[in-house]
Design a protein around this ligand. Structure first.
Ligand code: XMP
Length: 326
């Protein structure tokens, strides 16, 4: 019978047995899963752990600063930030296919962790290897949807499972691999992870890269980031953060629509709002966000983001639609 406390005890023992006295790095995104994974490993092996935050340029507004403020201040964990925006944009140039994007992003994450591992230890551990262990906040649904569960089809390659490169040199430490999100949140509370992180809505590792339908460019990212910030602010203001599991905001970058804004005709892009309610992200329903909240979001986006002249609402459950568009 599991309780959050029994999971913590069991995983702490397992982590200690797996890594011994070796150095460990953890990919930290600031989200629930990687934060709870990091907190578990910190409890298990303390200062053998260094967290690595990769700023891949696909983040939402204010996200990089938030990791510093929330998680590091609360836990005192050792954090290295890697500025990899150029690296990811270059790797993604010309790519529109969703699975290709996911695999590129998964690979570049690992390249960043490899570089960080070399930098941290300045070469090698006593046994001749750079840091060998990589902690990831992989959950059970990530494994299942990447085709890793028994008899399951590949729906999409989560960046930290099906998106890993074939030449991966790290041994993975994945203490949350058997858990669902609600269980991870309970474990996080048990470990004293700040509530602001524990209740944060999910955000995928590949970030805005899989929310631009079409090629990912710096301009398109700026457009989506501006629209997304408005959506998040308005939903929070309306008190809907707990009711909504997450609300992807998607830029249909390869589609244009005619509008009339300001002085005349515009030929811009639609933005899709995808608010969903869910227990575990395996299934979901579209959230019935009040019309006046939607109206406020639409007005603000079309007034404040010049490239967007149309806001549409996704009213598809999962299945048949997945939560993310790619
Ligand atoms: P889908 O789109 O498969 O999403 O219905 C289910 C949940 O998983 C998140 N998601 C990801 N999270 N890496 C992540 O860390 C990924 O590659 C990834 N793909 C989807 C998605 O935001 C939703 O919460």
């Amino acid at each position: 019978d599991w309780t959050p406390a029994s999971i913590v005890t069991e995983q702490v023992e397992r982590i200690r047995a797996q890594v011994g006295d070796a150095r460990v790095i953890c990919g930290l995104s600031g989200g629930v899963d990687s934060s709870v994974a990091a907190a578990l490993v910190q409890k298990a092996v303390g200062d053998q752990l260094t967290c690595v935050f990769v700023d891949h340029g696909l983040l939402r507004q204010g996200e990089a600063e938030q990791v510093e403020e929330d998680f590091v201040q609360a836990t005192g964990v050792d954090l290295v930030t890697v500025d990899a925006a150029e690296q990811f944009l270059t790797a993604l140039a010309g790519v529109s296919d969703p699975e290709t994007k996911r695999k590129i992003i998964g690979r570049e994450f690992i390249r960043c962790f490899e570089q960080a591992a070399r930098d941290i230890v300045g070469g090698a551990q006593a046994d001749g290897h750079p840091v060998r262990f990589l902690v990831q906040g992989t959950l059970y649904p990530d494994v299942v949807e990447s085709g890793g569960g028994s008899g399951t089809a590949n729906i999409k390659s989560h960046h930290n499972v099906g998106g890993l490169p074939d030449d991966l040199q790290f041994t993975l430490v994945e203490p949350l691999r058997d858990l669902f999100k609600d269980e991870v949140r309970q474990v996080g509370l048990e470990l004293g992870v700040p509530e602001g992180i524990v209740w944060r809505q999910p955000f995928p590792g590949p970030g805005l890269g899989i929310r631009i339908i079409g090629e990912v460019t710096a301009d398109r990212l700026a457009t989506l980031r501006a629209a997304d910030a408005i959506v998040r602010a308005e939903l929070t203001e309306a008190g809907l953060d707990r009711e909504i599991w997450q609300c992807p905001v998607v830029l249909l970058a390869d589609i244009r629509s005619v509008g009339v804004q300001g002085d005349g005709r515009t030929y811009g892009h639609p933005i899709v709002l995808r608010p969903v309610s869910s227990e575990d992200a395996m299934t979901a329903d579209w959230t019935r966000v009040p019309f006046d909240v939607l109206a406020g979001i639409s007005t603000r986006i079309t007034n404040e983001v010049p490239e967007v002249n149309r806001v549409v609402l996704d009213v598809t459950s999962k299945p048949p639609g997945t939560i993310e568009w790619e």
